[in-house]
Write a protein of this length. Structure first.
Lengths: 788, 158, 263
């Protein structure tokens, strides 16, 4: 890529600009930050899943060496600090708003899950803070706990929020036409029914959460460094909804962040308490989560129990899908906890199919477990799992080829209005299915199966044709659906006098490679070499505004905002160039980094126009401001709809129950691709997490005590290199119609599409209707025993 | 005796410190020496983000007492690049093969990979995967890490 | 971590003296199990006595029908030892598959045996080969050494110095790993020795144990088929998130058969 000025880097596998610092130890993560005179925070957490707090004994802890202060829920209450907000209002079937019991920054009166925040202890050293926390006496009246969603609705179940959420229910919500679905199911040729869990997961970014909070009395200014995916949202929620601080006096910096996967979107209690306390302590306060603490307190993902019914005529045409889901929200409504099992889930239940009638009812319940929120895919993996499991099962019921039943029901006309609110703009599902079948060598499968059986092994093949809604979101639509925030994005292009460029984006890169991808986009649009472009993110003082990174939105929404800003730069540059070259503005063309007068050989390089903007000696100052710095906000007209086809082939050892994924093939339609290397990497990572869900990962609470049984990597099985095969990945392309880049987003696809492909393969191999995720060796072996 | 005096070599430079006996090697590196490229990702010595070389062998520095490194050679991610800033062949391979995303597990991965030079010639994909049981990555799905390690080892073994 | 005194004695006599004079001491060898235990607050020793400074604890010698491995030999040392690979390849294989590479670079045979984690690999090899554990006080036969959950024949302050492994006619170790911790869910070491066949199991009970019925069957005829239908009573086996007693009983049989086939 040496001759960047003549060849656009768009679509090229440009190596990442950010890698040098990460590879040489120069990354700067929150725990790497050490402020002068910083003190250390430790959170005392509830050892009980459910208990009333009758009182505290703080004296011994306060006298403990090095202690600078202790904050409890009583202090929070006395200071009049409100609870952590939920960013999405869901309306119940009865027209009432969801039940939103208070989510206190530190527990008030009651603790509601193991790990719930009881007190913040600040001391000179971390060891002193921990030692003091151990001296805090909390008088608990331990109550019975409930941890499973369906159990929370049973008569006599412990009530997590008492009268604030009767029957542990936040809301019962529905979407679609119930009467139409009921009628179609009643007269169908066949109805395939499945009932299953979508297992609870722990995101487990390898960098645990961390924060450093500092109050500068001289300037009445707060600074918070925090491992977070959306610093502006963090600031807005914290200042406007919880602490009542002036937004402009709080700076939130999300420096290098070691993975997020959704878990670092949210406003958490820890950093909120720290910002509040930093003013009283008068010193910077640092907190770094330990891994077990992370297991206990980070927002978890998934945890649904669903019943699905798919009605068909005798040719296998889908007539209706009826879904009832119990969604476990955990003990409190996390920042986006309410919209994940509703808006991000049930609106995707059409999948890639033209099922005419769909109805879904979601009951969202509180339990004595950590809050549940968006984890890579957020609602869409749950929807895809349900649709693709029942479609595959329906094919088996109908004795049809699983690809044939899908093909028969594919949506082929676009735009397509689904019965569950979304309108798909474009797609070609048969194309990705065809390509995937070919890449996966499905033709050779019977021979491979025979070879496995000859060794005494079982082999199975499973398919998954997923769709997701990304590019979150159109603000107007989101607002109508209950969002309490806009979902646009912001891009700023600052052209420096020398023609070098700083790009400011409101999205945040924590592994996605924005510093490279966004520079490719700007290089393409402005003809400036990649080396002359710096992408800046993660600081509310440097970036005008932003909604951050989640929902595979950064390029589709944030990248488009940047494109819009480049368009403003070019428009202004044309005015300057027209003046300099004494031509009409309408005759100026911008191409290959030059402003040229059409039909002539007169042109000016971009850098010269930039210099003129800052040294405006010969410049139309009467009609044009100097400078070359433009900001654009972009709010898309629709979601984007990445889709694709995954094929998984497993070989199972029937004696041990061990499953080996022999082949995994993924074909995705992400629209246009800016950097295929980065896109492939995103797909790999997503598939690994999806396979993790299907084979390995389970977050398990003890039913009686409510203790988290999988609170470390010793018990929670993370995917290791040796658990995974080499993935074959490919793409198809129908350019997205709702943004000028034609991009759809690629961050979550792998995690969304892969779990049903794996489980479809395993159930195929075992010849069983269903197996619960994760399909561990134990579970596979037990399933085989039960079906012998 | 709860404080310990020790001398060791870190990235080729002699270091002498007096530390609490319970200080782990990673704390010494990160807190005392401010070599923050070595990361901590778990409490049970499983994620491998803190991997460094101790006398040329990969170890989890959260699981070694600093005192146990007395007189030894420690190499961290900061010690790999050339004096002029050029990346070490293993670092270059990770960049070339997109073997990293968020970068948090990366220093441990790279250090772990460096140990294999001279010990593994042209390892197969399966051999590399097995050799990384002590390093967790949540971003990459490991595929490009495997490719990076193979590429880096080929360059180092040349 | 909590506070403790740190000692690095130069010989085993000093180590033993330090142990006697300290309040609540612990020896630390590789520290791969002990240090996380201390960090998580599950152990709180007053003194750590580091054994790395003691000379002659890490030699590996093979002579005649015996392989002698110094207590401070790391798993990597054993796995990479040409002598071990030649004399008892199954033991080199076992050592080369403990935990992960970083753990193998620090963890030691002495440390593993002193800790006697119910799911550690080495106990299966030590018991399966009928090794002798040499301490600074005596020799302990493997059959007398493992006594229960994290419980061994070692007396307080007694220090393992080396382990002597008789070279078997043939042997193999096969395990299935816990998908999270990578400790064995079950590991089975089968050895055909001069004194007969030995079958040792780890990961399944409170500590490593032998399966007499399997040994008898294999002594009658050393083939995988000889083990068909021989099940260990599940009532004595461990139950956790990743395996039930019945599943462990199944694995013992399957892995034992595979070990016989691989030996």
């Amino acid at each position: 890529m040496s001759d960047m000025s003549t060849q656009s880097p768009l679509g090229q596998a440009v190596r990442r600009k950010e890698d040098y610092r990460f590879l040489t130890g120069g990354g700067r993560y929150t725990d790497d930050i050490r402020l002068d005179n910083q003190a250390y925070a430790y959170f005392l957490r509830s050892p009980h899943a459910h208990a009333r707090i009758k009182g505290y004994g703080l004296e011994a802890a306060k006298q403990s060496p090095g202690v600078l202060g202790i904050l409890t829920g009583a202090d929070i209450k006395a200071a009049g600090i409100g609870g952590l907000p939920c960013g999405w209002l869901i309306t119940d079937v009865n027209g009432q708003p969801m039940k939103e019991p208070p989510h206190p920054v530190l527990a008030i009166d009651k603790v509601r899950y193991v790990g719930d925040h009881v007190a913040l202890v600040v001391a000179d050293t971390l060891a002193q803070a921990k030692a003091a926390a151990a001296l805090i006496e909390v008088d608990y009246d331990v109550l019975p706990a409930v941890v499973k969603g369906p159990d929370a609705l049973k008569p006599g179940a412990p009530q997590v929020h008492d009268d604030a959420a009767p029957n542990n229910t936040s809301y019962v919500w529905q979407i679609g036409d119930k009467a139409a679905a009921d009628a179609a199911i009643a007269k169908a040729h066949h109805v395939t029914r499945l009932e299953f869990d979508n297992n609870r997961l722990v995101p487990n970014a390898i960098e645990p959460r961390a924060a450093v909070a500092h109050y500068d009395r001289a300037n009445d200014q707060y600074t918070l460094y925090v491992s977070n995916q959306n610093p502006h949202v963090e600031r807005l929620l914290m200042t406007a909804f919880v602490l009542g601080l002036p937004e402009h006096k709080v700076r939130v910096i999300a420096p290098d962040v070691g993975g997020g996967f959704g878990s670092k979107i949210y406003l958490y209690a820890e950093e909120t308490a720290m910002v509040f306390f930093s003013k009283q302590i008068g010193r910077p306060i640092k907190w770094t989560c330990e891994r077990t603490e992370e297991f206990l307190s980070v927002a978890h993902g998934r945890d649904h129990h669903s019943v699905a019914e798919l009605a068909m005529d005798k040719e296998g045409n889908f007539l209706a899908l009826r879904v009832k889901t119990n969604a476990n929200l955990g003990a409190y409504l996390s920042t986006f906890g309410s919209c994940v099992p509703t808006i991000l889930y049930a609106t995707l239940l059409a999948g890639q199919y033209k099922t005419p009638a769909i109805h879904a009812e979601v009951t969202a319940v509180f339990t004595n477990t950590a809050p549940v929120d968006a984890y890579r895919g957020a609602g869409r993996p749950e929807a895809t799992y349900l649709v693709e499991r029942i479609v595959e099962t329906a094919a088996r019921d109908m004795k049809m080829d699983p690809t044939e039943i899908r093909r028969r029901n594919f949506i082929t006309q676009f735009p397509y209005q689904t019965p569950v609110a979304l309108q798909y703009d474009t797609g070609n599902y048969a194309a990705s299915l065809d390509k995937c079948l070919k890449m996966a060598d499905v033709e050779g499968y019977p021979a491979r199966k025979q070879a496995s059986e000859a060794k005494g092994m079982k082999r199975g093949i499973g398919y998954s044709c997923y769709i997701e809604a990304c590019g979150i979101a159109p603000s107007r639509v989101a607002g109508a659906l209950g969002a309490r925030a806009g979902l646009f994005e912001v891009g700023q292009i600052r052209v420096h006098p020398t023609g070098k460029i700083s790009v400011f984006t409101g999205t945040h890169s924590h592994g996605q490679g924005h510093e490279t991808t966004f520079a490719q986009v700007v290089s393409d649009r402005l003809g400036v070499p990649m080396a002359d472009i710096e992408v800046v993110h993660g600081d509310t003082d440097r970036i005008p505004f932003g909604m951050g990174t989640y929902g595979s939105r950064s390029l589709a929404v944030g990248g488009t905002a940047i494109v819009k800003a480049t368009e403003k730069i070019v428009a202004k540059g044309k005015k300057i160039a027209a003046h300099l070259m004494e031509a009409a503005e309408s005759d100026i063309e911008f191409k290959d980094g030059k402003f040229a007068v059409a039909g002539t050989d007169k042109s000016l390089p971009f850098a010269q126009v930039a210099l003129t903007a800052y040294v405006p000696h010969n410049y139309p100052l009467e009609t044009l401001e100097p400078g070359l710095d433009e900001t654009a906000f972009f709010d898309p007209a629709n979601f984007t709809f990445p889709a694709g086809c995954y094929v998984c082939e497993v070989e199972i050892d029937p004696e041990t129950g061990h499953t080996r994924i022999d082949r995994f093939t993924a074909v995705d339609d992400f629209g246009n691709v800016v950097n295929p290397m980065i896109v492939e990497g995103q797909v790999h990572g997503g598939i690994a997490q999806g396979i993790g869900q299907a084979l390995l990962e389970a977050c398990i609470y003890d039913k009686e005590s409510g203790q988290l049984l999988t609170a470390s990597f010793m018990d929670y099985a993370m995917p290791h290199a040796s658990d995974l095969p080499t993935f074959q990945v490919g793409t198809t392309c129908t350019p997205c119609t709702v943004n000028p880049l034609g991009v759809k987003g690629c961050g979550e696809a792998g995690a969304i599409g892969s779990p049903p492909a794996v489980i479809n393969a395993i159930t195929d191999a075992l010849g069983v209707r269903d197996i619960a995720m994760p399909a561990t060796p134990l579970r596979v072996w037990e399933t085989l025993q039960a079906n012998q | 005796m709860s404080s310990v005096e020790l001398s060791l070599t870190v990235n080729g430079k002699p270091v002498s410190v007096t530390i609490n006996a319970s200080t782990s090697l990673v704390e010494l590196l990160r807190e005392n020496l401010r070599l923050t490229g070595t990361h901590v990702g778990c409490d049970t010595a499983q994620c491998g983000a803190c991997t460094v070389l101790l006398n040329g062998r990969a170890v989890k520095s959260c699981n070694v007492l600093a005192a146990q490194a007395r007189g030894m050679q420690v190499t961290t991610i900061e010690g790999l690049a050339a004096a002029n800033g050029d990346m070490h062949p293993m670092q270059a391979a990770f960049k070339e093969c997109h073997g990293l995303q968020c970068g948090f597990c990366t220093p441990g991965m790279v250090m772990s990979a460096c140990e294999l030079a001279g010990r593994m010639q042209n390892p197969s994909e399966a051999e590399v995967r097995a050799a990384f049981d002590g390093n967790l990555c949540r971003c990459t799905g490991y595929q490009n890490i495997v490719k990076s390690v193979q590429t880096g080892l080929a360059a180092m073994n040349k | 971590m909590t506070q403790f005194n740190y000692h690095s004695p130069a010989n085993s006599g000093d180590a033993a003296r330090l142990f006697k004079t300290s309040g609540d001491p612990k020896y630390v060898a590789g520290g791969q199990s002990l240090l996380p235990t201390i960090r998580l607050g599950l152990a709180d020793p007053s003194d750590l006595i580091d054994l790395h400074g003691i000379a002659d604890l890490s030699s590996i010698k093979a002579s005649g029908n015996l392989v002698s491995i110094g207590a401070m030999s790391t798993h990597a040392d054993v796995a990479e030892s040409a002598e071990v690979q030649r004399a008892i390849p199954a033991l080199a294989y076992l050592a080369g598959h403990i935990g992960d590479r970083q753990v193998r670079n620090r963890g030691t045979i002495g440390g593993s045996l002193a800790n006697s984690d119910p799911a550690a690999c080495y106990p299966a090899g030590v018991l399966g080969l009928g090794a002798t554990i040499n301490t600074d006080r005596r020799k302990i036969a493997a059959d007398d050494y493992f006594q229960g959950l994290f419980t061994t024949a070692l007396e307080p302050g007694e220090l393992i110095t080396s382990v002597d492994f008789p070279v078997p006619e043939k042997a193999a170790y096969v395990k299935l790993r816990n998908p999270a911790s990578h400790f064995p869910l079950v590991g089975v070491f089968v050895a055909k020795t001069a004194g007969g066949v030995r079958v040792a199991v780890t990961g399944a009970g409170a500590c490593a144990f032998r399966v007499k019925a399997m040994e008898d069957a294999l002594n009658a005829g050393f083939s995988a088929d000889a083990l068909k239908g021989i099940k260990v009573d599940p009532s004595e086996l461990n139950r956790d998130l990743h395996a039930t007693p019945a599943y462990r009983a199944q694995l013992i049989n399957v892995l034992a058969r595979r070990a016989v086939a691989a030996a």
